[in-house]
Design a protein around this ligand. Sequence first.
Ligand code: SAM
Length: 547
Amino acid sequence: MGTRPSLKLDQVALPLTVAKAANALAKRLEAGDADEELIHELADLGQLRQKDLDDHRTSGAVFTPYSVAQELVREVGIEAGDSVCDPSVGPGVFLLAAAEQKFRNGESVPSIINSLRGIDIDPLTVEVARTTLQLWAAWRGKQWLAIDQLIVGDGLLDVPSHWYGGCDVVIGNPPFLGQLKSETARDSMRAKALKERFGDLYTAYVDESMLFLLLGVELSSATGTVVLIVPASLLGSDSSRPAREWIDDKLPLKDLWVGGRSVFDVAAVEVVAPILQQRQDRNCRVIRYESQDTIEVPSATAGQWSRLLAAANGTPTVTLAADVTLRDQASVTADFRDAYYWLAERVEEADLEDSRPKLATVGLIDPFCFMHGAVDTRFAKQKFERPVIQIEDDPPPKFTKWLDQKLQPKLLVATQTRIVECYADTKGELLPSTPLLSVAPMEETQLWHLMAAVASPAASAWLASVAAGTGLSQATMRIRASLLADLPLPLPSESWDEGAYLARKMQEEQAYEDVSIRFGEVMNQAYDTASEELLSWWISRLQKKQA
Ligand SMILES: C[S@@+](CC[C@H](N)C(=O)[O-])C[C@H]1O[C@@H](n2cnc3c(N)ncnc32)[C@H](O)[C@@H]1O
């Protein structure tokens, strides 16, 4: 074309800060004063919109830095002619990066603009996306083009029917709206609409971003690719398991991009991007943000996406026969919130020679060790050295039953850890506070055997691979009661008997060095997981904890 475009910015429709910046860019384009840096200035229009938004937490509006969008666009290899859709398009940074890649691949600017689709619930942000792409087209193609396929609506409920099954690439960063916090939880009307829309794949606690991943699969063509940034906890969370299994059946997890915690300035969340595509080989790649190195790991089966992250984090792979699980020999329970408040009203500092039940918190449980009196603990906003619980003579009936259950011999298991941290309360004198888990054996004589199984290297590696990404950081796992109950147990053997003996020795004599190595070895024999790698992985984490 060669001529300078005549730019018709709709400044009234734009947020004020964006209108000013867009106007300045338009003037430079009209004057022919734009260099390769312009792409970043276009992307910055979205960041200006971000600053305008009062509270990004309620809408999940955390916009993606251009460098991240560019990396994912490169990763999926968007080609000339591909149709690209972002179902929560925001200010359009992914479409901008896709447009630029297609341009470099030789596609004409009108054809590129025609191939881009996006939807977002926020009209002002859609206008920012439209302006950004128009300015890009004016820069790269010297034309002011209409952008018809950016629409305002609910991505999960309002996508035009002709988009379904027709997108070569679905890419983006949907809102993370966790359902456990009141400010991001959906209301009942929306829950009902989503239940109707997604059927059994919808669960009450499923994060909104997982529903976008389901939508992505529906939008994708049979040979298409879906890549959406989601919180790492979705890789292993229970609420999104039905969705993961459905996805693996339709458009399986091919690779995993691991963004980590530093991708977004305003939200410190561990993020990943599952890359879904029909795969040819049995291996998946794990790609880390801004790293040239990729790790090849065996592909995950039926929704078990955490395994990929675990393998990339160096967790040894273990395969455990699941003929008998912990739930067959023990009751595994988490405590309810009311019990916390009940304990909070009765916690006191111990006297000398105190025989009242001791309070156990996650901070007091270390591997084979209860740190009561050795370290301070905070509970109910107070600091205690030796917290005990003053129980009245006649506790309310609800708590009488709870106390009967809890003041029994049991294992206490911490829930946010790198390896399992567990302690055997042989006398039944500890009262656990949430989120500690209790494992009460059906046969009291089995306590040390169950301790040996739960504390074994195999159990730690198994739980880490099933729950990788669900903890507060990539390196920790969050152990849920239902997951721990699924832990396979070894078959009865002399090795397991010796493991039980050594677990007891470690706890009672606080004997570690050689004993822990021998414990790891015999439990590896009991589980049939004998491997140097597993043993040294577990020992190094145990030693870090004890240091
Ligand atoms: C995390 S931001 C990401 C935006 C953009 N994809 C990016 O990466 O910069 C999520 C976007 O989703 C939008 N949003 C929230 N709920 C939505 C819904 N139900 N349908 C479509 N968009 C939605 C928000 O307005 C916000 O722009």
